[in-house]
Every structure is written in C-alpha cells, then in structure tokens.
Write a protein that binds this ligand. Structure first.
Ligand code: URA
Length: 257
C-alpha cells in the first residue's frame, strides 16, 4: 500500500476559496490581497499559503466557512420558489443561499413543486444525488398533504395497493404506483411515504383516488427530518451523519441482470 499517496496534502488558500465557490482564482487572490480572508483569527496575506482542508474553517469578510469537498445542504423550501436554476415564474430556491453556495455546481435532490414546502436537499456529490433519487434505491420521502375532502379508509387502501397514473411512457403507465405508507395524522392531514419520484407524484396519486391535494409539505427523506428549529427559507450544512440519515432506509442497488 502506498501510504504516502494517500496522505492529505495542504492546498493553497486561493485554490481552497476557488473550490468553495468564492469566484475565479484571480478574484480569490483579490480577496486575500485586500485582507478579507483569515484562518483561526489570523489574516492570510499570501495566496499560496497552504492548509490541510480536513476540518478547516476559514473566514471571508468575517463570515466563517467550513471547508466541504462536496456540499450537502438541507433547505427548508418555502412555497413560491422553483427548484430550477432558471426559473420561469417564481424565484429560484438558489436565491435563498449565499453567493458561494450558489456558485457551486449543486443540484436539488429531486424537485419539489413551486407550491410544495419542506425538506429539500441540494448537493454537488453526483453518486449521492444518484442514490437519493434513483427509484432503484427506494429512499422513502415522507409527505404531509392537506386534502380537499376527508381521506377515507378506501382511499388509504388504494394508495397503498397502487394506482395507475397517466404517463407518456406506456410501460410506466401500466405499472401501478404504490405508497410505501399512507395514513392519517392526528391533525387530519394525509401522510404519504413514497419511494419513487415521478412528476407531481403525490398530487397525482391523491387525484387518482378521487381527492385533491391543497397543500403539500415534505417532512423527511430517509431518517432525515426537517429540523424543528429551522424556519422556512433557512438552510444548513449536512455532515456525514446527515448523509447517513438520508440514506438509512435506502436499499442496496439490485444486482444487474
Ligand atoms: N409530489 C408532488 O406532487 N409534488 C411535489 O412537490 C413532490 C411530490
């Protein structure tokens, strides 16, 4: 084993800023030249000064930034925001994030409709994105739906047994979609746990059983729930524990063939 090739190597501070979304190398060097970057309270004057990135917290214009090789962000999505980077009618969820995070190549982990609220993950970690969104892994997403009419037992049963949805792809249209769980919450809302991510899936499933979703909120992905102390529009970094929680209920990818 080549131990030396695995040893973490210090990285120049302008390169660190660049990878963390603070603009071009030139812009990052400018931030340093203007005395706007510090590490552990010491202003960094040399753009080539190198640091180990593991656990590094640097400050830019007085704001602390923990280094993350790959970003995983939890956002409490408010209604009235689109998950696209190029929204058509409403502001983008990216406008809720600070500039360095907007600059990173993050994508929402499965889109929520403009009027859906709740837990949205964003990441630039491709394999994680795939694992959380691919129907193969069955990661459960828990939604709370306010429905137009009271949901009855027959509707709950139908949602769990499976409904057919109109799809352009005839193979998809022929495959019933089942809720992993459908039950009533004490406040009268419907809790729906879905393991696929078809377009408008929750709303279309509820419509397929003869009811209508008036408001939809995503409370959890896997074992990861929206923190109760995070307000609408707020965001936070997720660490390895958050990643583990989101993936906890994921099933291993079935073997090919
Ligand atoms: N299902 C929907 O219908 N809308 C969402 O935003 C998410 C799941």
């Amino acid at each position: 084993m080549k131990a030396s090739s695995r040893a973490p190597r210090p990285v120049a501070i302008d390169q660190i800023l660049f990878t963390q979304g603070f603009g071009t190398r030139r812009h990052c060097a400018g931030l340093i030249r203007h005395g706007l970057v510090s590490v552990e309270g010491r202003v960094i004057e040399d753009a080539d000064e190198a640091f180990l990135t593991e656990g590094l917290v640097f400050e830019v214009e007085g704001r602390a930034w923990p280094f993350h090789e790959k970003a995983l962000i939890l956002l409490y999505k408010p209604a009235g925001y689109e998950c696209s980077r190029k929204p058509s009618h409403h502001p983008s969820v990216f406008s809720l994030l600070p500039a360095p995070l907007r600059e990173r190549d993050m994508q929402p982990v499965g889109r929520l409709d403009e009027d859906t609220t709740g837990l949205l993950l964003l990441t630039d970690d491709g394999p994680l994105q795939h694992k959380l969104t691919s129907p193969k892994y069955h990661v459960p997403k828990v939604y709370e739906a306010t429905c137009k009419a009271p949901v009855d037992e027959a509707q709950l049963r139908q949602l769990m047994e499976g409904v057919l949805l109109e799809e352009r792809d005839p193979r998809l249209a022929a495959e019933p979609v089942r809720a992993a769980q459908a039950r009533m919450l004490p406040d009268g809302r419907l809790e729906l746990t879905l393991t696929e991510g078809r377009y408008h899936q929750a709303k279309r499933m509820v419509a397929a059983v003869g009811n209508r979703v008036l408001a939809l909120h995503r409370r959890a992905i896997g074992q990861l729930s929206l923190p109760t102390d995070l307000s609408s529009g707020g965001w936070l970094w997720l660490d390895d524990e958050g990643r583990r929680q989101a993936l906890t209920a994921a099933e291993d990818e079935p073997a090919a063939g």
